[in-house]
Design a protein around this ligand. Sequence first.
Ligand code: XMP
Length: 429
Amino acid sequence: MKQDMIVILDLGGEQSAQIAREVRALGVYSEIHPNDLTEQQLAALPGVKGFIFNGGPNNVVDGVPLAPSEAVLRSGLPVLSADYDGAPAWPADDAARAEMLRAFVFDACNAQANWNMKNFIADQIELVRRQVGDKKVLLALSGGVDSSVVAALLLRAVGDQLTCVHVNHGLLRKGEPEQVVQVFRHNLGANLVYVDATDRFLDKLAGVADPEQKRKIIGAEFIRVFEEEARKLSGIEFLAQGTIYPDIVESGTKTNKVVKSHHNVGGLPDDLAFELVEPVRQLFKDEVRAAGLELGLPADMVYRQPFPGPGLGVRCLGAITRDRLEALRESDAILREEFARAGLDKTVWQYFTIVPDLKSVGVRDNARCDEWPAIIRAVNTVDAMTATIEDIPWPVLHAITRRIVTEVKGINRVCYDLTPKPTGTIEWE
Ligand code: XMP
C-alpha cells in the first residue's frame, strides 16, 4: 500500500471530521472508524500507524460506555487520547493543538506524509480488487460527482466486472443523460445500461401537486426501475455507491454518537442482497472532485453544481406537465450557458430556473399571449443551511431574459428571486 494512515476512533467526540481534515492537512491520510473495530476489520485497514481516540466513556450507547475494542488496544500502535478517560481535552490554542497533532503523527507514529490523490486512488483500486475478486459489481450512475467518480475508479479497478445503470427519470437537465452515455460508454468503455424511464415517471407524477408526494413518487419509482434492471443482470454480488464522508451521518445525541452508514440506494428488497463497495466514503467533497480530475473525468462533470435527486421535478412547481417541464429545462440550459459565459459558474454555488404553474398576460407578435414566467435563483452558501444572494450584473440578467423570452416556448416573463435563506429555502418546493 502506498499510504500511511492514522485512524480516528469515534468514541462519541464532537470533532472527528475536523481532526481528519487536520491530519490530512499534514499530508497524512486519516480515516474515521467506529470504536468497536474487530481484529479482522483492523487487519483489512492498510498502513495504520496510530490511533486518535476522540471522545470517551461519558458517551454511552445502549447503556454501555463507548470504549476502544480489544483489537485496537492490543494492536500496540501509538495512541493519542484527547477527551478520553482522564486525558486532557484538546488544547484550545490552535498552535498548541497543531503541534500536538504534528508530534503525534510524525514523531510518535513515524507516519510518512504520502497522502495524495494518486496514492489514494492506487490504494483504493487495490482494496476494491481484494474485496470484489472476480465477482460482478453494479452501480447506480446518476451522473452526479460522487457516483461518476466511483464509476471511473471502479472501471480502473475491475473494468468489465462493473455494470453501471443510468436511470433517466425525465427530470434531468438538458444534455445530462447524453453526457453520461458519452463519457462512460464511449470515452471510458464502461458497460452502461441506459434506461429512459421518462414516460414511467411522468405518468406516475401526472396530476400530483404536493411536493412531498412528488419526492416520494420519484424516490420509490427510482428504486423500482433500478431493481428491475438489477434483476435482469445475473451474478451480481456487489453494489457500489458514491457515499462520501458527509453522508455518513453522526447520529444520536451528544452522549450517544456513533458513525452510522447512510445508504444512497436504500429500500432495495432483501432478496437483492448485495455487499457494498464504497471507495470514496472517507472523502470530503473537495477531495472527491480532486479524485475525479485525477481519474480523467471532464471538469464540468467534476465541478457540477449540486442538483437535487428529484431533479427538475421540484422546480416545475405543482403538478408537472410535459410542456412546462420542457420550458423549465430550456430556460435552465440558457441560464447555465450565460452564467458560464460570464464566468459566474465559478463564483455562484447553485443557480437554476423555476417555472411555476401560473400564467400571466403578455404580448408577442402584436397579439396577447398567456404564458408562464421563469424565475431565476442564484445563491451562495457554505452548508446549504443558510444562503445569500449573489450580485448578478444587470447586463447578464438582461441577456438571459432576452434569450429566454425569445427562445423558450411558453415563457413570456423572467423574474429574479432576491430572497436569501432564510426566509426562502434554496428550492421553491
Ligand atoms: P433547500 O431548498 O432545503 O435546499 O434550501 C438545500 C439544498 O438541498 C438540495 N435539495 C435536495 N437534494 N433531494 C436532494 O438530493 C431533495 O429532495 C432536495 N431538496 C433540496 C437543494 O438543491 C439545495 O442544494
